[in-house]
Design a protein around this ligand. Structure first.
Ligand code: CA
Length: 434
């Protein structure tokens, strides 16, 4: 069930809230001031405290079991409980938080024990990430980056057959707001023959959709594309920080390594498939002449309904802008419709060899650039490999990120006649190298 498009909450700040109306209800893990981490749900300007709600007996039966699983200091047990448990809890939350709920007075009497102001709370990673996989399904990004290296042949021949990906580093995934240290590494500056060691000089961001895995699969047993939805717990924003100069020197023949593993920032709220259901749409048609996916990667229903229409935004806040009290400036506006493969195709491909996915695994989509320069979702593309700087409205220029720069990712789903929902921020500021 989803909340009807006209349903309102008795929590007034939820009604018309740009990110967290009643129709969203994302899950997360947070610490109230001076208290321990626990699960919660974003509603308007508040976090609904699932631990307090369970203790107060607000849920019953299967919804109570699901709420208990979601009320601890990580959501892994809740993710493992699967889609049915998640939907049962969501339905109970919609009933509790809707206008006219019979329990409203009792919930109001719990006051700040139940509803914590978001601004006063600290958001954590929502789950312990076992494995992190970064895909490369943003076809315009793949083309743009390929063009920088191979102008005549930007896409390698496997791209339209294989959802390309590599195994990333789980231990350095951090929640929004965590500062990111500029890495040191080996690079090969132009015109020299031997590498030097020092701070990364070409620090970049990548705007990606994050996909949380829910129920896992047995090792050796592939997840069919039609069953993929049962293994997806939800979605977040993901910034795959990238040290381009390190990457350029190290990436052959096995792909990125230290250029990516120093930090990945995610937005802390898990936006569910149920909340995104109104923003599902058909997968954009493949350009004429592109091959048909192999049978294990093709499902008619997935093609009809498996894409997501989510507006994605990258903003930059420089130290000077911060000092002069200017707002962050948008440097790219893109959309999840720039994915060449659907999320279900990614899950099917990842598991087709028998690889075991586990609750709390995280996928990155790959950089989701659009076709036009105002939608390029990395500085590598926005500046054509550092050749043309981005010029900000205050006259500042950036080829790559400087110390003190802050990157903010945002996402919004819009549909006529339906409340828009958002993801909350994915924010990180660059600290100087050690
Ligand atoms: Ca990436």
């Amino acid at each position: 069930m989803s909340a009807s498009h006209t349903a309102q909450s008795w929590i007034e700040s939820a009604n018309g809230h740009p990110d967290f109306p009643l129709q969203n209800l994302p899950f997360g893990v947070f610490s109230p001031p001076g208290d321990s981490a626990r699960g919660g749900v974003a509603i308007g300007d508040y976090i609904f405290d699932l631990k307090t709600a369970c203790e107060a007996g607000l849920f019953h039966g299967a919804a109570h079991q699901a709420a208990l699983a979601a009320s601890g200091d990580s959501l892994n047990a809740f993710f493992a409980a699967g889609a049915t448990a998640r939907r049962t809890l969501r339905d109970a939350l919609i009933a509790l938080l809707s206008e006219g709920c019979g329990e409203q007075k009792r919930m109001e009497s719990l006051g700040a024990r139940l509803l914590k102001p978001q601004a006063a709370c600290r958001l954590h990673l929502p789950a312990k990430v076992g494995d992190y996989t970064d895909f490369y399904v943003g076809i315009h990004h793949a083309q743009n980056v390929g063009k920088l290296f191979r102008p005549d042949n930007p896409l390698l021949p496997n791209y339209k057959y294989v959802p390309i990906g590599y195994h990333g580093r789980a231990s350095t995934i951090v929640p929004s707001g965590t500062e990111v240290r500029r890495p040191n590494g080996q690079t090969l500056p132009a015109g020299v023959d031997v590498p030097v060691f020092g701070p990364c000089a070409r620090m970049d961001l990548e705007l990606e959709l994050g996909i949380w895995i829910g129920q896992g699969n047995e090792q050796g047993k592939a997840i069919p594309i039609a069953g993929a939805a049962g293994h997806i717990a939800g979605f977040c924003l993901l910034n795959d920080w990238s040290a381009r100069d390190v990457q350029a020197w190290e990436y052959q023949p096995l792909g990125p390594f230290l250029s990516k593993s120093f930090a990945t920032t995610i937005s802390p709220w898990v936006v569910t498939a149920e909340a995104l259901e109104p923003f599902r749409t058909a997968q954009p048609a493949r350009p004429e002449g592109d091959p048909q996916p192999l049978p294990y990667l093709f499902d008619e229903a997935d093609q009809q309904h498996g894409a997501l229409d989510i507006e994605l935004e990258v903003l930059l806040l420089t130290p000077r802008m911060r000092h002069e009290h200017q707002a962050a400036e948008r440097i790219a506006l893109s959309n999840t419709l720039n994915m060449y493969w659907t999320v279900a195709q990614m899950v099917a491909h990842h598991s087709v060899n028998g690889c075991r996915l586990q609750p709390g695994d995280l996928f990155g989509s790959g950089t989701l650039s659009g076709e036009t320069p105002d939608s390029f979702a990395s500085l590598l593309e926005l500046t054509t490999g550092g050749k043309q700087p981005v010029v900000l409205s205050n006259g500042e220029e950036r080829r790559f990120l400087e110390d003190g720069d802050e990157i903010i990712l945002r996402a919004r789903c819009r549909r006529d006649g339906y409340p828009s929902i958002g993801f909350g921020e994915c924010r990180g500021r660059i600290l100087p190298a050690h």
